[in-house]
Design a protein around this ligand. Sequence first.
Ligand code: HEC
Ligand code: HEC
Length: 362
Amino acid sequence: MRYLGIIFIISFLFSCKKDKEDNSYHPTPYALPQISNFRIAELNPDNPLTEEGVRLGHQLFFEKRLSKDFTLSCASCHLPENGFSDPKQFSEGVGGTLGRRQSMSLYNLAWGKQFFWDGRAKNLEEQALFPVPDTTEMHLTWQEAEQRLNAHIGYKKMFKDAFGTDNITKELVARALAQYVKTIVSYNSPFDKYIRKEGNLSAAALRGYKLFNTEAADCFHCHSTPELFIHPSQVFSNNGLDVVDNPEGFKDKGHGEHTGNPQNNGQFKIPSLRNLTMTAPYMHDGRFKTLDEVIDFYNNGPNLSPSLDPIMITEANRRLLQDGRWGLGLSEQDKADLKAYLISLSDSTVLKNPLYQAPKEM
Ligand code: HEC
Ligand code: HEC
């Protein structure tokens, strides 16, 4: 037994030494841009961003080999020119199968937590495992996806550079995709520039900013963080899209479908308000085609349901008591101003960034 122990130790030391000598794995750290009006993103320490990982993720994001019939990539439903979302109300998966929710914009998710409209993925590494086997999306088993990539010499090399191994697994594919998604960053909207004192906003947008950020339109309670315009701590909410009289009555249970708690039925992830000019239609089911429809919805007041967010009720009730009207009571001018403000959160500079275009096919 003693000898066996010694042999183990010697062979262990030997293997360490061998690793050191052979190891050509030296990825280059990748830094997200430093943005003075953003907080520091809290990144997953288990998947540090590297130049090699991001490059690989970029290639994989546009890779149609990840779908059953080689027709779809992630970018087919997250189109860069549409703010990485889909102009269709419901995206088409392989063979034209329709999903049941609107595709989500992917900007600034490095600052996000809990993913999908219902929150079923706790981080982006977990999220990236879903679309490939989803039968309404890419409809390919992970086993087959791994085989296809392992059969490709170019990918073998890219994985080796990014992760130090060319044994391509779904976990590594997901890590690379998550790295790329974290680098999709937008921070040069007219509003960002105004906040950083690099530019001006129109008078209409400034009036809209005030409506948004006060109880007049009362958007800031749920849409206030500088990176995504979401709630600083509350991820899910029911903003009153539908009249529903019992917790089982929601057509899509949203967050409740994930937690199994009926109190969460009808709650959805509070979405980013960045680049709205590119990301129509709006809401989890893409029911609104224009920002005017969104603003009219909020102005008319929420519909009642068991999980309706109290923030919506308080504001609406306050006005109901004051002047006998349900809703915000915004004038036509107010609505136009609010829209001008929402438009000022869109950043056209991202459209020219080569990192957000399809790379050369491999
Ligand atoms: C067939 C269309 C389709 C394809 C292909 C697709 N997605 Fe999506 N994506 C969606 C839809 C629809 C949602 C929202 C689904 C839901 O919430 O249930 C979504 C949600 C997401 C989210 C969550 C965003 C958030 O804010 O929570 C991320 C991230 C994402 N997709 C990344 C990817 C990646 C990476 C790929 C490729 C591996 C991919 N998607 C492929 C349609 C698609
Ligand atoms: C109580 C929280 C809350 C308040 C207050 C609120 N929102 Fe929302 N907002 C949400 C939620 C939740 C969604 C997603 C709802 C869904 O799809 O089921 C949403 C969706 C949106 C969308 C659609 C984005 C997309 O990509 O689909 C826009 C635009 C928007 N809100 C603007 C506003 C404006 C403007 C105000 C003020 C008038 C406002 N919100 C007030 C919670 C809120």
